[in-house]
Write a protein that binds this ligand. Structure first.
Ligand SMILES: [Zn+2]
Length: 71
């Protein structure tokens, strides 16, 4: 039981450490930043956390983000 709680804490901590948004997904007429945690498109730029997975986001390198090719 104790190990489970510890594991959960580590898991939660990981999501509090900011991850840089480094990818942008291109759709027909728009661009969406991609969450580095769960790899889904983010609805808004410069949001602090991902709506889906709760990953803390860093936008520091976002201007140099690469556009993901639609394949
Ligand atoms: Zn996410």
């Amino acid at each position: 039981m104790k190990a489970d709680i510890l594991e959960k804490s580590i898991f939660e901590l990981q999501f509090r450490i900011q991850k840089q948004v480094t990818e942008v997904r291109k759709t027909a007429n728009s661009y969406f930043p991609v969450c580095p945690g769960c790899n889904t498109s983010l609805e808004r730029e410069y949001q602090s956390y991902c709506d889906r997975c709760g990953q803390a986001l860093s936008w520091r390198g976002f201007r140099r983000a690469k556009v993901e090719k639609n394949t």
